[in-house]
Design a protein around this ligand. Structure first.
Ligand SMILES: *[C@@H]1O[C@H](CO)[C@@H](O)[C@H](O)[C@H]1NC(C)=O
Ligand SMILES: *[C@@H]1O[C@H](CO)[C@@H](O)[C@H](O)[C@H]1NC(C)=O
Ligand SMILES: [Zn+2]
Length: 612
């Protein structure tokens, strides 16, 4: 964390040096590395590397020094006078704030991912994640109505700085709206952005730029996010999945209940430029003068899990790539402004892998988020205006345990096996979809039980999951699965058992989660253990924006965008009592899996994930 402790050799502050680091890894380990190295751990690796690579290292050192010197002089010239850090760890003028949410990531996810990376990339045992090096505190996560929060109440604590009930999208327990840090930032002249790997209409992003009584109202959320609500257009950069909620129900690939064309609304009423595919996305990268506001809907629903996405890289961008684009366009757009920007970036699907109890998928999600965090650190280092990145989770998901006692009569071994996770090349969710597609195919429909067993053994377990010691009863459990305990949960359980990874829930838990920052000096108020609302208060305080003024504006401007009678708050969707524990899952299913076709619903249930 402390700059001065870092060996000069190992600086990786520029994008160039990340590439260098990857090349060095390839040299040292004989395999390509997908992520950037941390500085300290890289130097440790050098020490252990042995004489044979000294010559290579000497060359690299000279190159690295040249980059550092060049980089430093570039920075010295770039800094505009007046753009400075003040005495209390806060900038005196223009500033940028990036807030990163690792949805569903608890402390155990970090331990698991750290060891996984050491194993797969042949790194020393001291090697840590970039996040590990920026840990500054922890957050208590309960909501107003439950000791275990959901993502909606969790994100409302961040966006409004207030506790609310599970399911609330920036509305308070009395069903009045609360102004958000993003809205207040926009009002104050900052540019704003949201980047997620799930649907943009999902709870976390929704809480920053929408107000509805239930997270299930994703159709309304889509409209509000592009500006169809009392505050008008407030988000300048929207990048993520969830296209189906923006397309009218008359269109292929829509999951809306009505025929409102939210993409058209965004373009014609609120001036958005729109992209919906990888090619157009790539065309925006590295281009100056991208027209804002920008709406980039990169997937019909969620962007695939990283473990699956890497096989479809020509279709879907990574979290780090989306983050980079948002940072670049927001920086360009605020170049001549005396205000910077506020950007929220979410590693959304760490949570989904937790709900699915899929450790092979989760370690790749955490690595992708770690890489996005490194991307933001690099940006801050280079940026003209001072800025900070703060990261935290809304809650833990799955009650992940890095260790498992499989049989109660046998004392457990003290070990877990990253090699099992490394062998998998797809998520349990992907594999169960492949199984469902096989059953639907003509071959599958005609297949005998024996043929089905062979398919499961070879095409699923061996080819996609890297599991070769499958038992007959395990194959049978897949064939005989029901929608109440679906194949994806069984696949995930079988890989977890083999790796000795434990889960005690398919839902969220109450454990405290970590808080990270680019530098504890610039996020002093979050050092130590804090209530999640304090994270929200920090965000507004760092930007020096007035969230309460936005609340007052929302209250004053009561308006009726939806035809729901005389209720002043009708624009926030029907008011409902807070979710009870019993109705919680049902409500989520109704909202998240709402679909015009029964088939789609079946497929989603088949997948067996409660995405909350
Ligand atoms: C599409 O939405 C309209 C209302 O906007 C509704 O009347 C119609 O029934 C919907 N169609 C389908 C197929 O859901
Ligand atoms: C990983 O896959 C290989 C085949 O590619 C197999 O021989 C090995 O047993 C698998 N390892 C584990 C831990 O399952
Ligand atoms: Zn969740």
């Amino acid at each position: 964390m402390a700059q001065s402790d870092r060996p000069l050799l190992a600086r990786d502050d520029s994008r160039d040096s990340i590439r260098e680091a990857n090349e060095e890894d390839a040299l040292l380990t004989g395999q390509a590395s997908p992520t950037s190295r941390s500085e300290r751990s890289r130097s440790q690796k050098y020490r252990e590397a042995g004489l044979s690579v000294y010559a290579i290292l000497a060359t690299i050192t000279i190159v690295a020094l040249a980059i550092v010197v060049n980089h430093e002089s570039r920075r010295a010239h770039a800094k505009t006078p007046g753009n400075r850090w003040g005495e209390h760890g806060k900038p005196t003028g223009k500033r940028n704030l990036i807030f990163m949410v690792s949805d569903g990531m608890g402390p155990a996810s970090l331990s698991m991912t750290r060891s996984f990376r050491q194993y797969t990339e042949v790194l020393p045992k001291e090697d840590v994640l970039v996040l590990d090096e920026h840990l500054i505190g922890s957050s208590r996560t309960r909501s107003s109505n439950s000791l275990i929060t959901d993502s909606a109440a969790g994100a409302t604590a961040f966006s409004c700085g207030m506790k609310s009930y599970n399911g609330a999208i920036s509305v308070l327990p009395d069903h009045t709206p609360c102004g958000t840090v993003l809205e207040a930032a926009k009002r104050a002249g900052y540019m704003t952005g949201l980047v997620v790997t799930t649907r943009l209409t999902d709870a976390t992003p929704a809480c920053f730029a929408a107000h509805v009584n239930s997270r299930a109202y994703e159709d309304i959320i889509a409209e509000q996010m592009v500006g169809n609500y009392p505050l008008g257009q407030t988000v300048d950069v929207l990048i993520g999945g969830g296209r189906c909620h923006f397309l009218p129900n008359t269109t292929e690939g829509s999951c809306r209940q009505d025929d409102t064309d939210v993409v058209k609304m965004a373009q014609e009423e609120f001036g958005y430029s729109y992209v919906d595919n990888r090619k157009d996305f790539d065309n925006l990268r590295g281009k100056s003068g991208v027209k804002l506001p920008l709406l980039a809907l990169m997937a019909e629903t969620d962007i695939p899990y990283e473990i699956d996405r890497v096989h479809m890289d020509d279709m879907y961008p990574s979290e780090a790539e989306m983050a980079q684009l948002a940072l670049d366009v927001l920086e360009a757009a605020t170049k001549d402004s005396d205000k910077g920007f506020f950007l929220m970036i979410e590693g959304s699907r760490i949570d989904h892998a937790g709900h699915g109890n899929d450790p092979a998928a989760q370690v790749r999600e955490v690595l992708a988020h770690d890489k996005a965090f490194a991307t933001v650190l690099d940006f801050l280092e280079d940026a003209d205006a001072p800025g900070v990145v703060v990261g935290t989770s809304d809650h833990e998901t799955g009650a992940l345990a890095v260790g498992l006692q499989r049989k109660h009569e046998v004392y457990p071994v003290y070990a877990w096996y990253p090699s099992v996770l490394a062998n998998a090349s797809h998520s349990a969710s992907y594999i169960s979809h492949k199984w469902a597609a096989y059953l639907d195919s003509r071959t599958g429909q005609k297949a005998s039980r024996k043929k089905k067993s062979e398919f499961i053994r070879h095409e699923l377990f061996q080819k996609d999951f890297g599991i070769y010691d499958v038992l007959d009863e395990e194959v049978d459990s897949i064939i005989d699965a029901t929608i109440f305990w679906p194949p994806s949960w069984i696949f995930a359980d079988l890989i977890s058992q083999r790796a000795r990874i434990g889960w005690s829930s398919h839902g969220h838990t109450a454990v405290d989660v970590n808080i990270y920052a680019s530098d504890p000096k610039h996020a002093r108020a979050l050092v130590g253990n804090h209530e999640n609302t304090e994270v929200g208060k920090f965000l507004a305080d760092f930007l020096e924006v007035d969230v309460e003024a936005v609340t007052r504006e929302l209250v004053k401007k009561r308006m009726r965008t939806h035809d729901q009678g005389e209720d002043d708050w009708a624009w926030m969707g029907p008011m409902r009592p807070p979710f009870s524990e019993a109705s919680h899952d049902q409500d989520l299913h109704a909202g998240l899996y709402r679909s015009r076709s029964g088939e789609h619903f079946e497929a989603q249930i088949h997948e067996g994930q409660v995405l909350a």
